[in-house]
Design a protein around this ligand. Sequence first.
Ligand code: APR
Ligand code: PHB
Length: 398
Amino acid sequence: MTTTRTQVAIVGAGPSGLLLGQLLHKAGIDAVIVERVSGDYVLGRIRAGILEQVCIDLMDEAGVGARMHREGLVHGGIEMLWDGRRHRVDLNRYSGGKNVMVYGQTELTRDLMDARAAAGLTTVYEAHHTAVHDFDTARPYVTYVKNGVTHRIDCDFIAGCDGFHGVCRASAPRSAIREYEKVYPFGWLGLLSDTPPVCDELIYVNSERGFALCSQRSKTRSRYYLQVPLTHHVEDWSDDAFWQELRLRLDDEARERLVTGPSLEKSIAPLRSFVTEPLRFGRMFLAGDAGHIVPPTGAKGLNLAATDVKYLFDGLVQHYRERSDAGLDAYSAKALARIWRAERFSWWFTQLMHRFPHDEQITAKFQHAELDYLMHSEAGLRTIAENYVGLPLDFGQR
Ligand code: APR
Ligand code: PHB
């Protein structure tokens, strides 16, 4: 067994772990990241791609925002389609001047990985049997096996950035943890293609055939989603079947404009709302998908992960620089307040836009009436816009 020492041992090299690692590095705090799979595998996962301003600011704070600013597409609005008609939500106008940016999570992850490699920082990929120990004491440590050798990392703190299926949350004492969960009775079938997006802006579609979303990664790369029953398998969806079904859910103009092409990737993702409380267990902190999952309607997952990391980072800096644990002590409650607000929005937006099995016919009418109300009310437009662009970091504290 080899033993090394660091200040913060980070489990997981997804966006949460990598962003925390980069921020800590810039602040002169030493961290090691331990990741179960390879770097290529991490980059192979296709996830959402909408960044809130707070996430953009954090990438800048971490010193990795250059390519994002060059290649990201700034969006000042989204479109909503129901009953054959499309309505625009002017995000910029109704959020007091904020926008969102289209920049794929894969690209953001790549920027963080490259910066980490360039700085010569340690990420242990393909680490097996990772385990977290003694986080209820002042001397926590992490162990893992790599190439048959067991390694031990002594540290001051453990950051559990290891996603929904990670080891950190699973290692917290069951008596100290409470989990809240809602699983939705459908999934999203996603397709990525090198075709120009059907529209400059994203289109969220409430159709009688189910939800659809027209999204994008660039001016030449599109990402589309269809609500599908949980019983469906991706192998049963040919590209042609996908495009045909998408067309049926769109309005006439979009149907005409839609450019189809071979899929680069196609997958089905389940939808889940999940929150674990608290996010701190002694000297171990959970951040990102390790602590919570949102359904993708509204694209809050990555943004929430980024703000968890920001709160945790600030707490760690305060600990090392000011010898104060106030920020770390406040971390769980502060992060959870923001998480629950985004969970509520994602749940609300999901139930507004999808067809649920066993819905009565009147439910679609209620949805249409609600959409109609929201689009014609200043208060309604503000509600969507301020949540979509992301509530301010100090929301509720003002
Ligand atoms: N040991 C080491 N690493 C692990 C372990 C383990 N036992 N278990 C999981 N991991 C790794 C995973 O392989 C993954 O690379 O932790 C990483 C967690 O990354 P993500 O699942 O991407 O979670 P996070 O970094 O919090 O990012 C949140 O991802 O799922 C989306 O919508 C979500 O956009 C949000 C973002
Ligand atoms: C995406 O581009 O993948 C995306 C965009 C918006 C969402 C969800 C996913 O709400």
